[in-house]
Design a binder for this molecule. Structure first.
Ligand SMILES: Cc1cc2nc3c(=O)[nH]c(=O)nc-3n(C[C@H](O)[C@H](O)[C@H](O)COP(=O)(O)O)c2cc1C
Length: 169
């Protein structure tokens, strides 16, 4: 699929079929995250793939939306800020790194015909406890991953002329 088409087809999917995601497809998608750029190539992230019904049942306490749990796979993007690049003024690139990795994964999933939805509105401390994520590691985002069961809501974006400034703010 052409890249310009891919980035326009990708949408947040909030209804999933129960069909399993074949392992080769899942790992091709995760591998797209592996090759993403990170600051200084420090790669301070881990991808936590949640498919086990018992773990999923517990994790519901951290994010209750029913549609999220329709998807057979959940990918949690985890990052360790202590291992990420830091600028002299203290800015830490961990979350930027993780966002790029997740975006690679989400776009690769789209190319495979899979739906995803970037989710941040979960209870992070609860999710960390249930998933055994150690102190010092953040879960930046989670996405369900599965075959879509419904069309997304209409696409709404600002026109480019309202987003671009030339040379100075
Ligand atoms: C950083 C971030 C956090 C988000 N968190 C949530 C969330 O917690 N729950 C949810 O349903 N959607 C969440 N979304 C999805 C956005 O609502 C969605 O991307 C936006 O409305 C545009 O729609 P589209 O993805 O279909 O193009 C999040 C998206 C981003 C980028």
């Amino acid at each position: 699929m052409d890249f310009q088409e891919l980035i326009r087809i990708r949408r947040s999917i909030r209804a999933y079929r129960p069909t399993e995601v074949p392992e080769d497809v899942l790992y091709r998608v995760l591998d797209a995250g592996r090759v993403a750029p990170t600051a200084c190539n420090l790669q301070p992230f881990q991808l936590l793939v949640v498919t086990d019904p018992e773990v999923r049942a517990k994790l519901k306490a951290a994010y209750r939306s029913d549609w999220f749990w329709q998807a057979p796979v959940i990918v949690a993007g985890c990052v360790e800020p202590a291992k990420a690049w830091k600028r002299k003024d203290g800015f830490n690139a961990a979350e930027v790194d993780m966002a790029i990795v997740m975006d690679h994964i989400i776009l690769a999933a789209t190319e495979e015909g899979l739906g995803t939805c970037w989710v941040c509105a979960f209870d992070e401390p609860k999710a960390k406890e249930i998933l055994g994520v150690p102190d010092g590691v953040r879960i930046v985002a989670m996405t369900p991953m599965g075959y879509p069961a419904a069309e997304p809501v209409p696409f709404v974006r600002q026109p480019l002329r309202e987003l671009v400034r030339n040379n100075r703010w």
